[in-house]
Design a protein around this ligand. Structure first.
Ligand code: NAD
Length: 263
């Protein structure tokens, strides 16, 4: 149902972003991928998305800490094919108490997890409104809805992107029509998802035991299902939000968290 559509997914050389890019391609979209990694990792990501069956796939390289690099990337993507779907997914984490948080980590986490989404949305939303169809899916976190200790910049960035998404949703609420699909801006708020991002936290919880012991300790504290999500589980919701039927779902934040935020 996405043939003829173009999607840009930030941070799609790994984890949740790669799964979302792959699922959008499988639904027929042409996909612009972005993210760090050596040539082999970028090539592998591009091949995986391509093999999922969409149209053309290209990697647009930009370090999302740099607003000029983001502006250049948005120009290049628009010249290739203006995005109908924008997924702000790139994100990093650093878990230590505030007093020990390096100032540079605060700056980087806010830049990648929050400011980058402002820059990409600012560039992409007007063309979506002109077409009457656009989807912004921001990958926030349960940490955009509730806090945990030791994650000051991460929680601040994720609460920030939930707020930013609501503002954009309001500004574009009346763009397009029910037939064209409208322009919507939403957040997905995952709990624990099995990706490289959380491996250091699993490692820190092993306490001399196995990786499984680390997972159990981590999830036992917060995620009542005691199951991690797979990146594909998050991708399925992102794809669904791109459907025409989702035209009136905007400014919302969807937990996929095994009951974490129900507590
Ligand atoms: P990941 O580490 O597997 O992937 C992160 C992606 O972001 C990679 O493609 C990486 O290259 C890219 N990236 C990092 N720094 C970048 C930069 N400066 N410029 C451009 N790209 C950059 O992580 P993930 O777990 O897939 O996380 C994806 C998103 O999901 C993040 O926003 C994260 O906060 C969120 N999230 C993850 C979990 C989880 O449990 N894994 C839970 C909730 C939310």
């Amino acid at each position: 149902f996405l043939s003829g559509r173009t999607a840009l997914v930030t941070g799609s050389t790994s984890g949740i972003g790669l799964a979302i890019a792959t699922a959008l391609a499988a639904a027929g979209a042409r996909v612009a991928i972005n993210g760090l990694g050596d040539e082999a990792q970028v090539d592998a990501a591009r091949r995986q998305v391509h093999d999922a069956g969409g149209g053309d796939v290209r990697h647009f390289d930009a370090d999302l800490r740099d607003p000029d690099a983001i502006a250049a990337m948005m120009d290049k993507v628009a010249n290739w094919s203006a995005p109908d779907i924008l997924v702000n997914n790139a994100g990093i984490q650093h878990a230590v108490p505030i007093a020990e948080m390096p100032v540079g980590k605060w700056d980087d986490i806010l830049a990648i997890n929050l400011s980058a989404a402002f820059h990409t949305m600012r560039a992409a939303l007007p063309a979506m409104a002109a077409k009457g169809y656009g989807r912004v899916v921001n990958v926030a976190s349960v940490h955009g809805l509730v806090a945990s200790a030791n994650k000051a910049p991460y929680v601040a960035s994720k609460f920030g992107i939930v707020g930013l998404s609501k503002v954009a949703a309001l500004e574009y609420a009346s763009a397009g029509s029910r037939d064209s699909g409208g322009v919507t801006v939403n957040c997905i708020c995952p709990g624990w998802v099995e990706t490289p991002l959380i491996e250091p936290q699993i490692e820190a919880r092993r306490d001399g035991g196995t990786r499984e012991d680390g997972v159990r300790s981590l999830l036992g504290e917060k995620q009542p299902s005691l199951r991690m999500s797979l990146p594909e589980d998050i991708a399925a919701m992102a794809v669904w939000l791109c459907r025409r039927e989702a035209h009136n779902i905007t400014g919302a934040s969807f937990p996929i968290d095994g009951g974490w935020t129900a507590q």
